[in-house]
Design a protein around this ligand. Sequence first.
Ligand SMILES: [Zn+2]
Length: 82
Amino acid sequence: MEPPLRKSKNRHRRSLFAEVESLHRRLSRIQEDQELLRNTLSGLAHESDISIGSPCPKCGQSYMLIKKGLMSCPSCKNRLSI
Ligand SMILES: [Zn+2]
């Protein structure tokens, strides 16, 4: 029979291990989802004759979309001419 302190430590370790496993599964799903969205966005941009620029310098919440000499942010509507 293990002393109570040791038992509690083992339970804590199992709990941490389960949490790390859960976070790992979540991260994998997020990475897969991000890849799907990246491919979809790339396809949409190509179909719409739009280039994807750098992150918006004003809000940083979206990449700038570039079309016909104009860059625009779909998040904050920031517009810049090139
Ligand atoms: Zn913006």
